[in-house]
Ligand binder design. Structure first.
Ligand SMILES: Cc1cc2nc3c(=O)[nH]c(=O)nc-3n(C[C@H](O)[C@H](O)[C@H](O)COP(=O)(O)OP(=O)(O)OC[C@H]3O[C@@H](n4cnc5c(N)ncnc54)[C@H](O)[C@@H]3O)c2cc1C
Length: 462
């Protein structure tokens, strides 16, 4: 059993299938191509990953076998371990990134040379990305019809944890290549189940519909990193909230968010180009600024757009950011600073404990308006109105941008409009303690629309 994004033993179809056939070797491969890739150089996520792998090792050991770690290219490691073990089959769960697809093809070919089969069962999603073909046979480009079909599919029944596992013992390279240290939140299947249970017990799941956008209350599930590593399966979540059974509208609103994960995986599998370019062809030639100073200001949370600065600092401090802040930060980068969304995508991948290639890419393309089911490009988020609406008292901004802590409510989202004497009283001098907005939203909005329009015109599809 080669573990990848499925770091648990319960509700694990591939592990159950492997165990049914006899002895099992549990393997995790530290792949230098992945660990060295810019998108994956994320200390916060690697610490979380390490803690998840330690928890998986503990779970497997309790069942009778340890987790073996090997360092190297999977197309070399897998045949070597299969030969050591005398295995005739390697079990995996699926993945959809272009790299994962190439890697699995190479591993399958390499194993095939030795007469070993690679068997893929399930994946980190709820419904396989290739299972929903739509009326055209080419899948879905728009979320709503995708969701309708997705939601009608019953949640899978639980697959029991194997009662015990047995298998040969091999040396392990250990987890020394992953950074040690406290993960940003308790990691592993037990911690993930506790988070899920608390989300339900506290009633947050039943208030999700009204509270999910209330940034200061921070009442969403925080399950994203668990789902990303597969220490929790979406089916486990679905069963716990009673999904699909005339469930409470708030629980349904939460369940719908899990469909977005599957939707973006569906896109990445069918349109691997999204990993490096706009999904919507007509926006592949947008002229972006270079502006390293603006890029640094955005990354460090000192653009003078309070909500965006708060989001970037929340990510820097905790490795997680509220969804509404992700949208605002992304919109400010793309539509106000006119910087290529892929640069922001990379910063998020490095900063987020839940950084997930398909979800992150989908979120960026949606906000940039370059995806298929995205907000139209000419509808540009107003970061100040977003702030007033979703952080009305400014509590979220004050928490993450302490220099604004004493700014009165009426100025919190536009601190540069504070009269001199209010600045003095709030101990926040604009230009000294906190910057003025580094660009003018109204001007840049017009410029952004113009650039999108001319990119589309150059493609002859305005
Ligand atoms: C620019 C941008 C980048 C993003 N990058 C990522 C990323 O790298 N990894 C990631 O998991 N999510 C990403 N998201 C989606 C979303 O912001 C996070 O999943 C969510 O904030 C995680 O918090 P939560 O677990 O409390 O979510 P909840 O609101 O409790 O939602 C439950 C689960 O549904 C899924 N989900 C929720 N919203 C979305 C969404 N819009 N798209 C896809 N799945 C969703 C997540 O798995 C989440 O854990 C991004 C969104 C944007 C706008």
């Amino acid at each position: 059993m080669w573990f990848r994004r499925d770091l648990r033993v319960d509700d694990h179809p591939a592990l159950a299938a492997a165990a049914e056939r006899g002895d099992v070797v549990a393997l995790w491969v530290a792949d230098p191509a992945l660990l060295g890739a810019p998108h994956h150089r994320s200390p916060v996520r690697l610490r979380f990953l390490r803690a998840c792998l330690e928890a998986l090792d503990a779970e497997l050991t309790a069942l009778g076998i340890p987790l073996i770690v090997r360092h190297g290219a999977p197309a070399l490691v897998l045949p070597a371990v299969a030969a050591e073990a005398g295995a005739d089959r390697v079990h995996i769960t699926g993945d959809v990134t272009p790299y994962a697809t190439r890697r699995d093809e190479a591993v399958s070919t390499a194993l095939g040379r030795d007469g070993v089969a690679l068997t893929c069962i399930g994946g980190p999603w709820r419904v396989r990305p290739d299972a929903l073909v739509g009326s055209s046979g080419n899948g879905y480009l728009v979320f709503t019809p995708f969701f309708r079909v997705w939601d009608a599919i019953p949640v899978d029944a639980r697959i029991a944890t194997p009662a015990a596992l047995a298998g040969p013992r091999f040396p392990s390279d250990g987890l020394g290549m992953l950074p040690p240290g406290e993960p940003p939140l308790p990691a592993g299947p037990t911690a993930a189940r506790a988070r899920l249970e608390e989300f339900i017990r506290s009633g947050d799941v039943d208030r999700y519909g009204e509270m999910r956008d209330d940034m200061a209350s921070d009442a969403t599930s925080h399950l994203s990193a668990d789902l990303r590593m597969g220490v929790l399966s979406p089916a486990q979540v679905g069963r716990a909230i009673g999904a699909g059974d005339g469930v409470h509208p708030s629980r349904q609103a939460f369940w719908l968010q899990l469909a977005w994960r599957d939707f973006y995986a569906h896109h990445m599998e069918r349109h691997p180009v999204v990993a490096r370019a706009a999904m919507n062809e007509k926006f592949r030639g947008i002229q972006w600024d270079d502006a390293p100073e603006a890029m640094d200001a955005w990354r460090e949370g000192r653009t003078g757009f309070p909500l965006a600065d708060a989001g970037m600092r929340q990510m820097a401090e905790t490795g997680w950011m509220h969804n509404r802040a992700r949208m605002v930060c992304a919109s400010v980068l793309v539509k106000d600073l006119l910087l290529d969304w892929r640069r922001g995508e990379a910063v998020f991948m490095q900063g987020l404990v839940d950084g997930d290639p398909a979800n992150n890419n989908g979120g960026w393309q949606w906000t940039a308006g370059t995806g298929t089911d995205a907000a139209p490009y000419f509808r540009v988020f107003n970061p100040f109105l977003q702030a007033k609406r979703f952080d009305p008292t400014g509590a979220y901004v004050r928490r993450w941008v302490p220099e604004l802590a004493n700014v009165p409510d009426r100025y919190i989202h536009a601190p540069w409009t504070m009269p001199e004497e209010v600045q003095v009283k709030a101990r926040c001098r604009i230009g000294t303690d906190y910057p003025e907005p580094i660009v003018d939203h109204a001007t840049r909005r017009v410029e952004a629309i113009e650039r999108y329009k001319s990119a589309a015109e150059r493609m002859g599809v305005a």
